[in-house]
Ligand binder design. Structure first.
Ligand code: DX5
Ligand code: ZN
Length: 218
């Protein structure tokens, strides 16, 4: 799958003005929504009621990243809300295949996320059940962290496995993506890029999105 998507994370947006903040990223491919529960990660953001409202007003598809305990219980609700894709962490799921099927049955793409220290190999056999693999390039929980180069070999191995399988599974990277780091992630085989501070920390978020797009293909 060729490089395609820049998905800004609204974690770095102004939560009091979300509708206006969404209007500033009209050129994005999807909106990355970080859900944190203060159990799976040491931070707390928003939950289903707020995400449902964002879904209702967003012109762009929503890409949820659930950093929550017990996604087997909670994730299907996000698919039911009409989100384009719902990504759960494998470290938190007890039945990732069943969960991915439940997400797909509800019309969402199913994504499987891995923290930096989680090996991808045990999960490669599950690729036919997934639409996306999210390789975290920082420890999940906070925006504004530095990209971890130690995750590059894993991105490469995952991308090679996907290419070898012939399956249409996207490789998403999330954390520390900037104009400088995006090329390394793209070279390793990532094709969907989440960027929070690099987009919302810029004066013109839409211009930052096009700079990232250019940098990914340089
Ligand atoms: C971190 C979140 C990311 C975060 C990325 O746990 O999953 O989506 O918003 O922020 P930046 O791009 O600033 O690293
Ligand atoms: Zn995220």
């Amino acid at each position: 799958m060729a490089t395609c998507c820049i998905n800004p994370s609204i974690l770095s947006a102004d939560f009091v003005n979300l509708e206006a903040e969404l209007a500033r990223i009209g050129s994005a491919d999807a909106v990355h929504v970080d859900v944190m529960d203060n159990h799976f990660v040491p931070n707390l953001t928003i939950g289903l009621p707020v995400v449902q409202r964002i879904q209702e007003i967003s012109a762009l598809p929503l890409d949820a990243h659930l950093m929550i305990a017990d996604p087997d219980r909670w994730a299907p609700g996000y698919a039911e809300a009409g989100l384009a894709s719902v990504t759960f962490h494998v470290e938190a799921s007890t039945a990732p295949v069943r969960l991915a099927r439940e997400l797909r049955d509800r019309g969402a793409k199913a994504g499987m996320a891995l923290k930096p220290a989680t090996a991808v190999e045990p999960y490669l056999d599950l690729l036919p059940e997934m639409d996306m693999l999210l390789i975290m390039t920082v420890e999940p929980g906070f925006g504004g962290q530095s990209f971890l180069d130690v995750t590059l070999p894993k991105i490469r191995r995952a991308a090679e496995a996907v290419a070898g399988s012939g399956l249409p599974v996207a490789i998403q990277v999330d954390g520390g993506i900037t104009e400088e780091t995006i090329l390394r992630a793209a070279d390793a085989g990532a094709n969907v890029f989440v960027a929070g501070s690099a987009v919302y920390g810029a004066g013109d978020p839409d211009a930052a999105i096009s700079s990232l797009r250019e940098a990914a293909t340089r």
